[in-house]
Write a protein that binds this ligand. Structure first.
Ligand SMILES: Nc1ncnc2c1ncn2[C@@H]1O[C@H](COP(=O)(O)OP(=O)(O)OP(=O)(O)O)[C@@H](O)[C@H]1O
Length: 798
């Protein structure tokens, strides 16, 4: 077996070797990418010691900032008295310093990781956050990686050095500098070294990162972002950006770093409107959950689509075919019909008893009222008052005709005022109200969706366009909870029903108030004015409420409603109608058309980043083209960026995956692998009966091979239970089930669960069955084969 990469790797090493790293030769297709070569020089002991001094100074500064924030927080917490407004301001201060302390705490590891030496002689240190020296607030001692001035760290090459003479990667462990990797960006030197312009930056640090043992949690790539990734991360906020890339090209990493970049660059707008990041399942969200905090950003809301309907937890399971059906756009019509089906017309005239009398409501009157209410175009619940008006008017007219009839045959004796009085009375008649509720009930989304699926009659009416088998597949017991595919239906039903928009109005009022407070602060309006204690209600007593009183009253109302100071992310999570400043969707190819409708509603400004790979689509309702997904929302007004290098999957494994990809679509190509490992994937044929034992043997062997790394066992869904049982008995600590603990040394999971994850070594069990289990089975196999960073073994059955 030949080594394709000149980089030797010991899985126990998580730090690269200092000095020059040999690059790979040029290759095609799945072969390793060709690194851009600049001159790499080895640092001297003196250089390490100089950097240590600087880095120690930075940590000293970090400690000072923490101490400052801690003291200010303590001061704010002790300051408990004052007016309501003062207490409210204190709460905001407490929140601000708490978040600041969290951020400063999160950047402890790898605070500073880079240095640029410019032609001008200036040095710039690059790190996780920006810091100024205490004495000179204009000269940063550390540049935030997201600042424009830090960008050459990721982009400069020997061919386009951007004024950079040398780029240095600084490796630290805790607070100690443990290594430096230097690149001199000099075209003449690079040419002599035989380097091309393949486009990798900081290759020693990069190769160390991609070869490091996995921990079961994703880590950030801030030290080694590559130029094509940087382009995506720093793309404009506006519009829809699609990032297409094969397995391991860093789509998830890029999506997360983009969130951090956007929050840094557009802090003002995004901290109030929020950023939503949507992932395919809860396990995946746990896998990525540490990345943003390590980038000092805690304000991004991470959710699956199934978690986007406040108050609903969607954990019920259902067959993939039913989820696919629920994800079809036709379901909008089905739901609309289900709601119309709840607007009843009696078969016979209804006799309604009212005080000492009775009236009759005939079907034709109901039909006329129903049609007028429908014609208003209002959603069902909001059209109900119109329906009520029509019916009440008809009933009042009927009463007036009877009571006011002139016995002598003249004109009706009652006037408009009498009619109005009748209407008022009718509105309070319990039997009238009960009839109105029956004819046009006010509904919740839950009532509509659960009621539809629990009734064959309702399904027959609303699902008239579906086949009988499809309708039958939708039927289910009303109890038992919600599935993830139900959530877009609930959201759609909420739209069709129309909502009590008090929450939205309160939000608008709060935003307006925040603006007023801001202006107030700037202009110092309040500083000269009287101190107002809302509790003494002086303003209310003399009837002279001024603007400040109203502000205080409003703030009080908000605080009562919230119960406490909520962050933007918390408020957004609780509000179905929240419009996010930016929405990022990972594994976007998996979403159904109905799920897209939910996300588009959460992003009325269409400021979105969608990352995915249409060749990896596993969900039956998922996408096979980005055009198909986006056409009805933005036409062709979306931008496409492609990522072309796989940092996860070594060349040897990518070659195996390439064969499966060719079967999916011969026009598709795999990304170029950034390196080879020299480890050839292996493949064994196993008898059905021997499978559990052979699997256990293979797991044990792989555990021994990966050192402190992780082993992933990917099984067909239909074999999960049996193999899981055998493996848990034989391998202590093996994780499996609905929410497997990814930090375990061995994790057994299905392809759907493994989406987006990675392991040092992967065992794929029974690939034929994985393919046979789903119409998108080949895509699933492609996903399974591309989860390993080092080793791949395949156990074929039969
Ligand atoms: N620039 C980089 N430096 C170091 N590691 C990187 C870089 N880019 C990506 N990686 C690593 O490569 C691995 C794959 O990245 P990621 O999961 O983001 O890929 P992906 O495109 O989302 O893959 P998939 O489509 O298979 O889910 C991760 O371990 C990530 O940290």
């Amino acid at each position: 077996m030949s080594k394709q990469s000149g980089v030797s790797h010991d899985p126990r090493l998580d730090e690269p070797v200092n000095g020059r790293i040999e690059g790979d030769g040029p290759t095609d297709g799945a072969g390793p990418a060709q690194p851009a070569r600049a001159e790499l020089t080895g640092p001297s002991v003196a250089e390490i010691s100089d950097e240590q001094q600087y880095v120690s100074m930075l940590y000293g500064r970090l400690d000072e900032l923490r101490k400052q924030a801690d003291e200010r927080l303590g001061y704010a917490l002790r300051n408990t008295g004052g007016t309501q407004q003062e207490r409210s301001q204190r709460d905001s201060t407490v929140q601000m310093y708490t978040e600041q302390l969290e951020r400063l705490g999160a950047v402890e590891q790898g605070l500073c990781f880079g240095r640029l030496d410019l032609d001008s002689g200036t040095r710039r240190y690059i790190g996780r956050i920006g810091m100024f020296a205490d004495a000179d607030e204009f000269e940063p001692v550390l540049l935030d990686w997201r600042a424009p001035a830090a960008r050459p760290f990721y982009l400069a090459t020997a061919a386009t050095p951007e004024g950079v003479r040398r780029r240095r990667h600084i490796r630290t462990r805790d607070r100690a500098v443990v290594g430096l990797d230097d690149e001199v960006l000099d075209l003449a030197v690079a040419g002599r070294a035989g380097g091309g312009t393949g486009g990798l930056t900081g290759e020693a640090a990069l190769l160390a990162a991609v070869n490091a043992s996995r921990t079961g949690r994703m880590i950030d790539i801030v030290r080694t972002i590559q130029a094509e990734q940087d382009q995506v991360i720093r793309a404009d906020l506006d519009g829809v950006l699609v990032v297409q890339g094969g397995p391991g090209t860093g789509k998830t990493a890029v999506a997360l770093h983009r969130a951090a970049y956007l929050l840094y660059t557009h802090r003002q707008i995004l901290s109030t409107r929020g950023v939503l990041l949507v992932g395919p399942n809860a396990t995946f969200l746990r896998y990525i959950s540490q990345v943003l905090p390590a980038l000092a950003e805690t304000g991004v809301l991470l959710r699956t689509v199934g978690e986007l309907f406040p108050g609903v937890t969607a954990t019920r399971a259902e067959p993939a075919e039913v989820a696919e059906l629920k994800g079809r756009p036709e379901m909008v019509r089905v739901l609309a019909a289900a709601i119309q089906d709840r607007q009843r017309v009696p078969d016979e005239p209804l006799e309604i008893s009212i005080e000492r009398d009775s009236i009759v409501l005939d079907p034709a009157t109901v039909v006329a009222a129903r049609d007028r209410a429908r014609r208003s175009g209002r959603p069902h619940n909001l059209a109900r008052p119109l329906f009520d008006i029509e019916i009440i008017h008809a009933l009042a007219d009927q009463l007036a005709e009877r009571i006011g009839a002139d016995p002598l045959g003249g004109e009706n004796l009652l006037d408009e005022a009498d009619l109005a009085e009748f209407r008022r009375e009718l509105r309070t008649e319990p039997e009238v109200l009960a009839v109105l509720d029956w004819l046009w009930p006010v509904l919740t989304p839950q009532q509509v969706v659960a009621g539809l699926f629990a009734s064959t009659d309702r399904l027959a009416v609303a699902g008239a366009d579906l086949s009988e088998a499809e309708r039958a597949s939708l039927w289910r017991e009303p109890r038992g909870g919600w599935t993830p595919a139900d959530v877009p239906l609930l959201d759609e039903a909420a739209e069709l029903l129309g909502e009590d928009d008090r929450a939205a109005q309160a939000r608008v009022a709060r935003q307006r108030q925040a603006e007023i407070e801001y202006a107030e602060g700037v202009l110092e309006i309040a500083s000269g004015s009287k101190s107002i204690d809302f509790e003494d209600e002086a303003g209310a007593e003399d009837g002279m409420l001024d603007v400040t009183d109203l502000l205080v009253a409003d703030r009080l109302a908000e605080r009562q409603e919230d119960g406490e100071q909520l962050t933007t992310a918390e408020r957004a999570a609780a509000d179905r109608g929240w419009a996010f400043g930016h929405v990022i969707v990972d594994e976007a190819q998996e979403l159904s058309p109905m799920a897209w409708r939910v996300l588009m509603r959460r992003s009325p400004s269409r400021s979105m980043t969608l990352v995915g790979d249409v060749a990896q689509t596993g969900a039956l309702a998922g996408a096979s083209s980005w055009h198909g997904v986006l056409e009805s929302y933005v036409g062709d007004r979306w931008r496409l960026e492609e990522l072309t290098v796989s940092y996860r999957t070594p060349a040897e494994i990518m070659a195996v995956a390439a064969k499966v990809l060719a079967e999916i679509d011969p026009t598709l190509t795999t990304p170029r692998a950034v390196r080879g490992t020299g480890e050839q994937p292996w493949d064994v044929q196993v008898d059905e009966d021997a499978l559990p034992d052979r699997l256990v043997e293979a797991i044990r062997a792989e555990v021994a091979k990966v050192g402190d790394g992780r082993v992933g066992v990917i099984v067909p869904a239909g074999r999960g239970a049996v193999l899981g049982l055998a493996a848990t008995e034989a391998v202590p600590g093996l994780a499996l089930g609905d929410a497997p603990e990814l930090e375990s040394r061995v994790v057994l999971l299905t392809v759907a669960q493994a989406k987006g994850l990675e392991f040092d070594s992967v065992l794929v069990v029974d690939p034929d069955r994985i393919v046979a289990e789903s119409p998108r089975g080949r895509n699933d196999l492609y996903v399974a084969l591309t989860r390993a960073t080092q080793r791949l073994g395949v156990l074929r059955v039969g």
